[in-house]
Design a protein around this ligand. Structure first.
Ligand SMILES: [Zn+2]
Length: 329
């Protein structure tokens, strides 16, 4: 198992003192978590060469990439491109490291599972900005998972599994034009959370599966949902699985989401993903999810027991009945 890691992933930085949750500290939480649970020495760390930002033209509108590059070349101080999303003087380097991480992953994926511990996240970045008409890009600039899926599609059958608590609206917008790639997205009920998309009725060209979890859902409801995911993936039969790995559905990860998963759910996600040739990309997760959910997921990918061993969370009867109303069948 490879952990793709680059020091430039820390160069994308929010304004000092802003308290913005998407900051370089996230990568420290992740590495601290891997160290505490004995996984840091087990994964093989790979630092990729820098890649060309232009690689992202495969999945984004060329004009969008041109504008982004021209902004990033001259940015002298951090500024916000929308109310959520900033760019900083080191953002260009972080994105070059992401492009390099994609190329390195393509070389590694046939010999082991890959986890790209990169930033900024990407799944809200659509073809030419915010995905599916969202109001902001939700901290995202380029869609690394969609780029990986697009490039792997030249080699074999591909599926994307997005388990960030928020809907991967950018990925969905990009994959709407690529019906040969399956997109399974598990997220908190789209009517209750940003980016307000991810309606289970939306099926695209038969390649979209949106699974909505009611706020308050714990491991019991989530495990039931993972049963659905397993069936959907088995039916699609991908050779490659790209995972948008967000850890913000972890109980108490942050204040902007309402799922309450323990390490057990992330561990099962890792086990499930390990059945395929897999590249996972870090999306959200801002606190405890990175320190406890991510190690559980990576242990699952490695085929190890869950080292975190949280107490499982259960959902109330009202949550179950709301889940039964939206459960895909
Ligand atoms: Zn998220």
């Amino acid at each position: 198992m490879y952990l793709v890691w680059h020091m430039y992933f820390k160069m994308h930085e929010p304004p000092r003192g802003s308290g913005h949750p998407e900051s370089p500290v996230r990568l420290e939480l992740l590495s601290r978590g891997l160290k505490s649970y004995g996984l840091w020495g087990v994964v093989e760390r790979v630092s990729p060469r820098l890649g060309d930002v232009g690689l992202f033209r495969r999945v984004h509108d060329s004009l969008y990439i041109d504008e982004l590059v021209s902004e990033l070349e001259i940015v002298l101080d951090t500024f916000f491109i929308d109310p959520d999303t900033y760019v900083s003087p080191g953002t260009m380097q972080a994105i070059q490291a992401l492009a390099g991480a994609v190329l390195a992953s393509l070389d590694l994926v046939d010999s082991g599972s890959v986890f790209i511990a990169g930033r900024p996240p990407g799944h809200h970045a659509g073809v030419a900005g915010p995905g599916l008409g969202a109001l902001t890009q939700g901290f995202c600039l380029v869609n690394t998972a969609a780029l990986l899926a697009d490039m792997l599609a030249g080699r074999g059958r591909v599926a994307v599994l997005d388990f960030d608590v928020h809907h991967g609206n950018g990925t969905q917008e990009i994959l709407l034009e690529r019906p040969s790639i399956l997109h399974v997205d598990l997220h908190q009920d789209y009517r209750t959370i940003y980016p307000w998309t991810g309606d289970p009725g939306l099926r695209g060209g038969g390649n979209l599966v949106n699974i909505n979890l009611p706020p308050g859902a714990g491991d019991d409801v989530y495990m039931d949902a993972l049963g659905v995911v397993e069936e959907v993936l088995e039916e699609w039969g991908p050779e490659y699985l790209v995972v948008s790995a967000g850890f913000d559905a972890y109980r108490g990860d942050n204040s902007f989401a309402g799922l309450r998963l323990s390490s057990a759910s992330f561990h099962r996600l890792g086990r499930l993903a390990s059945r395929y040739r897999v590249v996972a990309v870090l999306e959200g997760g801002y606190g405890a999810g990175l320190e406890r959910g991510a190690p559980a997921f990576i242990a699952g990918l490695l085929g190890r027991d869950d080292p975190v061993e949280d107490e499982a969370t259960s959902s109330g009867g009202d949550v179950w009945s709301r889940w039964e109303a939206v459960r895909p069948r």
